[in-house]
Ligand binder design. Structure first.
Ligand code: SF4
Length: 121
């Protein structure tokens, strides 16, 4: 996520995405000094990254992630996403045709979905 595309950062995946967060993600980001009230939004039982003016709270004006080293697990596994049936490269990713999603990444994404949604696939 937040890939360098030529000389600039892409950031498409950080716009209107509202990545779901795990408890560990929230604790790790809070340990950096951010307040969860500022960077999260509740969606039923799920907690997600908050968008501000359509962009992730942590995306800076140059499309760089301000917490890149500490970013949520879902951001780390991106562009791997679950489309309801299978794990695919997100159709909004400009590099989706070049991306090969490893078996390890697929396993980790399924584990993450189970952790966040409590659903096993
Ligand atoms: S936390 Fe960083 S990588 Fe994840 S959506 Fe926000 S800006 Fe993008």
């Amino acid at each position: 996520m937040n890939c360098l595309d030529g000389n600039s950062f892409c950031g498409k995946c950080c716009i209107e995405t509202e990545m779901p967060l795990t408890k560990d993600d929230i604790a790790r980001i809070e340990a950096l000094g951010y307040s969860r009230r500022d960077f999260t939004v509740r969606d039923g039982k799920i907690v997600r990254l908050r968008n501000v003016n359509g962009k992730c709270f942590f995306l800076d004006s140059q499309n760089r992630c301000r917490i890149y080293e500490h970013r949520p697990k879902g951001c780390r596994l991106y562009p791997a996403v679950f489309d309801g049936e299978d794990i695919i490269a997100d159709p909004i990713c400009p590099k989706r045709k070049e991306v090969r999603i490893s078996e390890r990444a697929k396993r980790r994404l399924l584990e993450l979905i189970e952790e966040i949604y409590g659903t096993k696939f």
